[in-house]
Write a protein that binds this ligand. Structure first.
Ligand SMILES: *[C@@H]1O[C@H](CO)[C@@H](O)[C@H](O)[C@H]1NC(C)=O
Length: 406
């Protein structure tokens, strides 16, 4: 038995927290105040630690982008207050050799009056593709009617050019300029003159979606239909250069409402960084304007597209893009003559880097560590404060008693 006792007492000697007897403890008011204050502090700090533990943050990371084979979706919405819709066309060109002129799939043009109000929304047609007029023209003629192509090769097998658009295509194929639609019977029938006259004081909003190869390239909004002529990309600008029938010139004043590559972040997927700033895609051209009075202004935007991936704790992923931009603008009329093409050009370049935003949350062990640090630290500091205050109090009291005695 005594042996056991000695083992126990030896074990007890390991106690680092030797207790004092309660009889020797004094409770003081200052001690109570320090206890309450430190208790409050602990509560506040633990709560903030808890909220930090429960909120996740986005941590950015930069890696080399390996998956670059996919397509690049483009969403755009640009307003041109001083060019009518029938003059504008959208072209895509890229380094892979893809070349799409007069791109119309999923592109919409909205005619705007001078005050910027919507007149009519239509799916983008090829320049001069007035399908109603074409139908009318066909109805009026007997079915065997074969319009002349004025010496150019017909786009159709039957060798006819029955619509204004046919004549245009034929001329473009032949590499001839298609200048004055009023010279061609087909165009006159389709009311080209009227169209030019009624729309010449209008503006145009173009918006839509494009899919391009994820390689270097450009897409541009320029006047007139474009075509390939001896391996050159040529725009038929006659209608634009001539200006409106009343003599005023068009120009490429424009307002970019939206230019976005890929998806936007849905509201429920928006998060903050560790610094507390919300994570947003950088789309610096949204809501920017350029104003000019020069009909020959060429606006070039050089965009670097940066792929961006969001990885969420629940396993969801969002793959999209943001971009940075440098701009250049100049008039096409130089001392050497005309150089370039008026219009708005977006030159796209793909950055080799991928930004990954990883949603992270502190681990439970780090939360526990934090709580222990708070509780332990505050108790220690409070102990020091308490003993200092207690000693100072005692000293003061002693001095006062001494003073009384004297
Ligand atoms: C394009 O932008 C204009 C101006 O912000 C807006 O009124 C219009 O609804 C937009 N069009 C589309 C299809 O988003």
């Amino acid at each position: 038995m005594p042996k056991q006792g000695s083992v126990l007492s030896r074990f007890r000697s390991l106690d680092a927290y030797a207790k004092t007897l309660d009889d020797f403890r004094v409770k003081t008011t200052s001690g109570a105040a320090v206890t309450i204050i430190s208790g409050l502090l602990i509560a506040i700090l633990v709560l903030s630690e808890l909220s930090a533990y429960r909120t996740s943050v986005m941590k950015p990371e930069l890696v080399i982008d390996k998956g670059r084979k996919d397509k690049l979706p483009i969403t755009f919405n640009v307003t041109f207050p001083k060019i009518p819709c029938y003059l504008l066309s959208v072209d895509i060109m890229d380094d892979s050799g893809q070349h799409l002129s007069g791109f119309t799939h999923d592109v919409y043009k909205v005619r705007l009056d001078l005050a910027g109000n919507q007149i009519e929304s239509e799916k983008a047609h090829k320049l001069g593709d007035n399908s109603e007029g074409a139908e009318l023209a066909l109805k009026q003629d007997d079915p065997d009617h074969c319009g002349s192509c004025y010496g150019a090769p017909s786009p159709h097998e039957n060798g006819c050019c029955n619509t204004c658009e046919d004549v245009r295509e034929a001329y473009i194929k032949a590499g001839w300029g298609f200048n004055d639609p009023s010279m061609y019977e087909q165009c006159v029938k389709e009311g080209w003159r009227d169209k030019i006259e009624t729309q010449s004081n209008e503006g145009c909003n173009i918006h839509g979606h494009l899919q391009v190869n994820k390689v270097r390239g450009n897409f541009h909004i320029a006047p007139g239909q474009s075509f390939q002529q001896s391996h050159m990309h040529v725009h038929d600008m006659a209608g634009y250069i001539a200006g409106a029938p009343d003599g005023h010139k068009f120009d490429f004043t424009h307002h970019i409402n939206k230019l976005q590559f890929g998806d936007v972040i849905p509201d429920k997927m928006k998060r903050r960084t560790a610094k507390g700033t919300p994570v947003e895609l950088t789309n610096p051209l949204d809501n920017t304007s350029r104003v000019t009075n020069d009909f020959g202004m060429m606006y070039q935007y050089f965009l670097k597209i940066v792929s961006t991936e969001f990885r969420y704790l629940n396993g969801m992923k969002l793959y999209t893009n943001q971009y940075s931009v440098t701009e250049h603008e100049r008039g096409i009329i130089t001392r050497q003559g005309q150089e370039g093409l008026p219009g708005v050009f977006f030159n796209l370049d793909i950055s080799p880097m991928l930004v990954i935003y990883q949603e992270t949350r502190p681990s439970f062990t780090s939360f526990l560590t934090g709580v222990c640090a708070i509780v332990g630290g505050i108790f220690t500091v409070a102990g020091i404060v308490d003993s200092v205050v207690y000693r100072a109090e005692r000293q003061l009291r002693k001095k006062m008693e001494l003073g009384k005695a004297l």
